[in-house]
Design a binder for this molecule. Structure first.
Ligand code: AQP
Length: 324
């Protein structure tokens, strides 16, 4: 039997090339080898306020993004989180095993909610929902960007705790963090990761940005002092731009450095912009190919398949905990 993958993205804001390079690209690369479950995690989205009408549309748009990025519905299970109610049910059981201190240590909560009396409880317990997402499918591997590593460690801790207290139930998942591209940084501040929720829109290249916008954003991207174009850690802005170029051009790191030896920043940025635009062009065409009916059918089929597995795990959990 093939090993299983679970991963997901939130239907919040616009997906950017960080999401693509850190996650989606690897989903596609792994889909032949693994039985893959790719979820649109709409329950995670409401940990921050969302406009209800926009959220539903974004949820469907994100499914289109998965498909246009190359996630193949014939090979993978693509589904919406809320179509499988077991995610919310297992979250409750796991939250009863989770310690406040564990969640307080989560850096994403510290960044987004800590110290804010009005921050939602959902924002605090979000990592438990993520643990439930993964553990329901007896997942072997979770492809994620660097920012989710801490949440995956909590998932593993909760699975081990449950197995110890109630008997062997969950598989302990391993993270898959790509060696290059796990943390694409903002074009405006190389100390910050590229993020959907960044208020500075010039910091992110969105998957649906047009050629002109992409070129402008790359032209305006901050650079470091000096002139060399390489992967030097002490020059994080250039390293970040070159990493994007490397991943989208398919060249090796050495080939990239050799390619730009002697070039100035202007020339480098011009070639990078062209590479990004050319890479996104076919993606932006494909995204228009999925009509509502075919999308509905893919998501319905995905939810049925996901549910058949998720309900088995939840029944086992309920039996072991004495709920049923
Ligand atoms: N900058 C990034 N570089 C590499 N990978 C990234 N990911 C996110 N940002 C980067 C990975 O993308 C996947 C889906 O992310 P998500 O939708 O769960 O949202 P997130 O991790 O919270 O990312 P964002 O884009 O920064 O969204 P907001 O601003 O809403 O928080 C995940 O695997 C993530 O690791």
């Amino acid at each position: 039997m093939k090993k299983r993958i679970f991963s997901g993205a939130q239907p919040t804001g616009e997906l950017h090339i960080g999401n693509y390079l850190g996650a989606l690209k690897n989903w596609v690369a792994l889909q032949d080898e693994y039985a893959s479950f790719y979820c649109i995690v709409n329950l995670h989205a409401i940990t921050l306020p969302q406009d209800p009408k926009v959220l539903r549309q974004k949820t469907l748009d994100l499914a289109r993004i998965y498909l246009a990025a190359g996630v193949d519905p014939e090979k993978c299970t693509i589904f919406i989180q809320s179509d499988v109610p077991e995610h919310a049910e297992l979250t409750w059981v796991l939250s009863c095993l989770t310690r406040m201190g564990e969640l307080e240590r989560m850096t994403q909560f510290k960044d987004k909610g800590k110290g804010n009396e009005r921050a939602g409880v959902g924002l605090f317990t979000y990592p438990v929902l993520m643990a439930a997402d993964i553990l329901l499918y007896q997942t072997d591997l979770v492809p994620i960007g660097q920012d989710q590593k801490q949440h995956l460690e909590l998932t593993r801790d909760l699975a081990e705790r449950f197995n110890r207290d109630f008997g062997d139930t969950f598989k302990i998942p391993e993270p898959f963090i790509p060696p290059v591209g796990a943390k694409i940084m903002s074009l405006q501040d190389p100390a910050k990761k590229m993020s959907k929720s960044d208020e500075n829109l010039n910091g992110s290249i969105f998957l649906l940005d047009d050629a002109d916008t992409i070129t402008k954003k790359i032209k305006r991207a901050v650079t470091d002092s000096g002139t060399d174009i390489n992967f030097d850690e002490t020059r994080p802005a250039i390293k970040n731009l070159l990493t994007i170029y490397q991943l989208l051009s398919g060249k090796t790191a050495d080939e990239c450095v050799a390619h730009f030896a002697g070039s100035g920043y202007g020339d480098f940025k011009g070639q990078l912009a062209e590479t990004v635009v050319e890479f996104l062009r076919p993606f932006q065409v494909r995204i228009k190919e999925y009509d509502d009916a075919s999308l509905d059918a893919i998501l319905k089929r995905g939810a049925e398949k996901a549910r058949s597995i998720a309900s088995e795990t939840l029944q086992d959990v309920y039996k072991k905990t004495g709920i049923k």
